[in-house]
Design a protein around this ligand. Structure first.
Ligand SMILES: [Fe+2]
Ligand SMILES: [Fe+2]
Length: 261
């Protein structure tokens, strides 16, 4: 069961007139709602990939999926409250059809430990995105969005921790070295950069060039993206000594910025 309930959030308290002209926010929240609510497809694939591991499969089914779906519902309601003219349902139908076809086990890593690493990269992405969304919401004095983003952020950090435990468990057998771990993280980071966002954007803002949106997100990231947190989470599976970690972190942060993450 999710640890919070989006139905208890006071959506009526949103200052709709003030927030509605914020087109960038509309796109970010709508894109996030599409991707989150499609987690059932991921869940299906993950359950198949980790078949036989009752602990992981049970957690994915009873906790991970309901939490991710709730993220989608909370964000959807936000979009439908502030931008009621947007037809969420039909735009989402287009996204789900196109993106769903790409959500296959082919996209998975070749081993269980490596896929856990890939999941950690994804949860790092979501943890940091919602931290940024929270800070942005506070900067524009929007407490309801700040509350939603904070709740989601906490869930994502928890997901990251669970996948980290899974990685450690499987890596006791697979014994991936730092070179291999880095390769998987890097490959997943490049992939995260990202077809799901591009497809969602196409259905949410069909008249707008995706590159223009990318430029907007870069500006947003410069101000709000918690790069340090991202680097720390991404490098964690390497188990570097602290002084090496600190020395590598600056380079890693540059790499993230170059990748446009
Ligand atoms: Fe999520
Ligand atoms: Fe998550």
């Amino acid at each position: 069961m999710p640890k919070w309930d989006y139905r208890k959030i006071d959506y009526d308290a949103i200052d709709k007139e003030r927030i509605a002209p914020n087109d960038f926010l509309f796109k970010v929240v709508a894109i996030a709602s599409f991707i989150e609510i499609t987690s059932d497809l991921y869940e299906r694939n993950l359950v198949e990939f980790y078949a036989g591991d009752e602990a992981i499969v049970g957690w994915l089914e009873s906790t991970w999926e309901p939490e991710e779906i709730q993220h989608g519902k909370a964000l959807r309601r936000y979009v439908e409250t502030v931008w009621p003219e947007f037809d969420w349902e039909s735009a989402y139908a287009g996204f789900r059809k196109e993106y769903g076809a790409l959500c296959t086990l082919d996209e998975f890593q070749p081993t269980r430990a490596k896929e856990m690493l890939a999941r950690m990269v994804v949860e790092t992405g979501t943890s940091t995105l919602y931290r940024a969304m929270h800070d942005y919401a506070e900067s524009i004095d929007e407490p309801i969005l700040a509350e939603i983003a904070h709740n989601i952020h906490k869930d994502e950090v928890y997901h990251y921790e669970q996948f980290d435990r899974g990685f450690e468990k499987y890596n006791r057998e697979e014994k991936l070295g730092r070179g291999e771990i880095t390769k998987v993280i890097y490959a997943r980071l490049k992939m995260a950069n990202d077809e799901d966002i591009a497809i969602a954007h196409k259905y949410i803002a069909p008249d707008e060039d995706f590159e223009a949106f990318r430029l907007e997100t870069k500006e947003f990231a410069k101000k709000f993206y918690p790069y340090k947190m991202a680097v720390k989470m991404l490098m964690h599976p390497l188990h570097l000594h602290r002084h090496i970690e600190n020395a590598t972190a600056a380079t890693a942060q540059k790499a993230l910025q170059i990748l446009g993450i």
